[in-house]
Design a protein around this ligand. Sequence first.
Ligand code: KQY
Length: 363
Amino acid sequence: MSITHTTTPAADGFHMPAEWAAQAGCWMIWPERPDNWRLGGKPAQEVFAQVASAIAEYEPVTMLVSAGQFQNARSHLPETVRVIEMSNDDSWMRDVGPTFVVDPAGRKRGVDWIFNAWGGLVDGLYFPWDKDDAIAQKTLEIEGVDRYRAPLVLEGGSIDVDGEGTVIVTEECLLSEGRNPDLTREQIEQHLKDYLGVSVVIWLPYGVYLDETNGHTDNFCRFVAPGKVMLTWTDDVSDPQYERSAAALRILESAVDAQGRHLEVVKIHQPGPIFITAEESAGVDAVDGTLPRQEGDRLAGSYVNSYIGNDVVILPLFDDVHDDAAVLAYKDMFPGRAIVTVPGREILLGGGNVHCITQQQPA
Ligand code: KQY
């Protein structure tokens, strides 16, 4: 049974824990949309299966799959991965799944944000999105976890918490015209406090250059420990990413978190820039109303878009000169965890990466 509460998590004593806190498992959705994933999703399915299998070595994984893809997904996934049929519009569990919150007694509830495909009819990435908007509620029903329906258009990739009272967001995303045009910045901030159980909101101006999510922070800047963040960086001052990262750095260096700490910032040099090839572009179905994937388009590649699981971090790599430095930085940031690398390019071609396709459920 899952009850929907009309109060807020903060009022009930709940907060969103950090991703590095102990987890009960991880949720994903099987990719298949041919106007987003090239070749009917076949190359992406191989990588999603690789990510699921890697995480399943460390914690339970559930893969949500449309009816038509159930047998195909089942045959690609190890038996350690639970496969459940659930209709969907695409495969971004970070953004459509529930944000789990916990209280000091160890109880768990889930926040079900309004989902409108990253900008609705203004600059959303597909229409309709009703199946995706129902996924958080269905997930909570399956788990028997109580729910809050938040009065805010928001995706899980646009927030990052330290579990100790602080959240990072970007203005580019949360103040975008396609999400909550009738809410002021102060009203949005209050909703974040009420539904995430935080007291400090750190607003960065932008995310990664040309990120189709309007600059999700999970592709740009994330907590890796209390008082410590990683930030996508470039040393190339002529790259449009440079000013975005430099502006964030200035804010992070003067920020004070909810516990009164100044933040340590670890710069992770971006890969690439990475561009869509002619072959990759040709493999995506052209459909009116969805984002075209054209040859030469720059992709928002980032090493920050990883998954922190129990005893493990799943890190996307890009066959890039900056891969080795990213691996070293992760080993340093997460000394107690295995760093398992996966090929990031196929997921990036769909518009996100490992963090965007996963959603942790706290223990
Ligand atoms: O960054 C994310 N959290 C999701 C990316 C979605 C891209 C949709 N094409």
